[in-house]
Design a binder for this molecule. Sequence first.
Ligand SMILES: [Zn+2]
Ligand SMILES: [Zn+2]
Length: 175
Amino acid sequence: MAPILERIYRLLSSLKGGTMVPTEIVLSAGSYSQIVTELSEKLGTQGLSHLQVAHHLALPLSIEQNNTDLVILKELIPNPCPICHHRLTFLRETIERFENDASHSIRCPMGHRYQGELKVYYLSIFQGEGVEIEKPVTVCPECGNENIQYLGPKVMFCLDCDWDSGMEPRYHIQR
Ligand SMILES: [Zn+2]
Ligand SMILES: [Zn+2]
C-alpha cells in the first residue's frame, strides 16, 4: 500500500484546476499516527504536533474515532457562470462568501450574480486502492472538453465545468 501521505498528495494534486475545493481532512486515529510517522521520517524530526501536520498538508485536519479517512470537498454549482460561461475564480473565497451569504447567490468574475448551490463531498482517501484504473470516459458529456480527472475507477470529474460521475454530495457533516 502506498504511504498515506503520498495518497493524500496525489488526491489533492488531482483536484487542482477543477471546480471542487478540498477544505478539510478527516482521519482515523490509526491513519493519523501513521502520517505522523511518515512525516517525521520525511522531515527527519520527532514529535510533530497536530498543528504542524495540518500546516504541512495545508488543510485543517481532524481525527475521528471511527474508521474514517476522507477529504471533504466543496463545490459551487453551476460553474462556469450560466450567463457569460466564465469559470469561477478564487474558489475558496467565493465559497466562503457564498456560505456567509443568505441569498444563495454566486458572483462570477465578470460580476454576474446567479442562484447557486453548494455541494459537499466526502471523498475516501483509500478509494480505488490497488485498482488499475481504466478510463472509459475521456470527453466531458457536459462541455465536450477532454479534461476528465479520475479519482477512482468509477469516480471522475471534469476540470473545466461542474460535471462529475454522479458523486454523492452530502450536506451535513456528522460529528
Ligand atoms: Zn458571468
Ligand atoms: Zn466539462
